[in-house]
Design a protein around this ligand. Sequence first.
Ligand code: ADP
Ligand code: MG
Length: 414
Amino acid sequence: MNILVQKFGGSSLSSQEKRLQVANKVLQAVGQDYAVVVVVSAMGREGDPYATDTLISVAKTVSPEMPKREMDMLMSCGEIISAAVMVMTLQSLGLEAVLLTGAQAGIVTNGAFGDARILRVEPESIVAHLKEKRVVVAPGFQGVSENGELTTLGRGGSDTSAAALGVALGAEAIEIFTDVEGIMTADPRMVEDARILPVVSYNDIANLAHQGAKVIHPRAVEIAMQRNVPLRVRSTFSDSPGTLVTNSIPDAAVGADVVGDRVITGIACTPNVTQIQVDLDGGVNTSGVNNKPQICTKIFRGMALADISVDFISVQPERVCYTVRGEWAEKAVEILRNMGFTPRAKQDCAKISLVGGGIADLPGVMATVLGALEECGVVTLQSADSHTTVWVLVEKEQMVAAVQAMHRKFQLGK
Ligand code: ADP
Ligand code: MG
């Protein structure tokens, strides 16, 4: 039995016309003798009646403080509605299909409501249905904890569901269908001439996804990578092959623009971060600790205790500088003030990441990046690099211009 997992995102499911195109993809796979598992997100985007954000907004009208357990039940409904409608659509075209919820599909998670981790998949039930020649439709984004509680996997969690099922079932491939033609060198909404990447490594894509390219969830890439199950990101609305994520170069692609050859794979960005600076000299430190390493430890321990994750850390003799997600900035500043520091917070920044396995071998990348930004009048607030990534922090207002400038400079376009 050759198994194929096909995941369809919300934008591919927002109308019956689109759902018929989805069904067509499933029909094609069944026609090629695949046993198919379909994973669906909730239908549409915020504002659409059964989209996840719409369901959340219903709860928010009741109270800003929402019980996590019941919130998970509420949020998981969107995918169940979507899966039920998909089963009906497939049946209307003559396919035998069955809905299995996350629990029925054997997706076992830890108990962290709202952000659960998949611990294992018990695939027996799915396999039994596949053997009976049924298409299994599973709502993504949900699972069940070991004590029987319904859990959700966090935003973008349907990608993770699909990857976990693909690995557990020994699928030939995991296909992520979406509203763009594949993974591109930058978000096509930001960069008009962004180019589709035909073949990319798991590492590059996991890195891009971690840095904010929301086309696929980083966990999904990491799970698929563990067992080398190929991932394909492609459009629901065309027949183009999209992007293959793999570590082995297919014969057909040798000599082309492939894994390993490329210096820079793409650009991703994270808007809405706040830069925090704490001066360690000049009398502003009244925290009572005068040993600098101890001061740094105190600052970062304070953040960790409050569950605030920090990024883009730069420690210098006279200053500690780091970023936090915008929504945590106020709390971070308050903690620092309570410790006796006088922090400065710069809101509305964006972190831009230039990602590529070949960066290490390319001298002068940082100079080129900073030069490109300067040429177009973008102010660099902070920068850093590693062998696979160059990061710059800019004002959010200049984010798009900065991404476009770097895309041009490194000739990533069509
Ligand atoms: P879905 O509903 O199918 O899960 P998402 O909105 O999660 O869709 O992901 C698709 C979107 O990701 C695209 O519409 C695109 O704007 C955005 N995106 C961001 N970065 C990239 C990139 N590097 N390549 C392709 N799409 C990207
Ligand atoms: Mg998505």
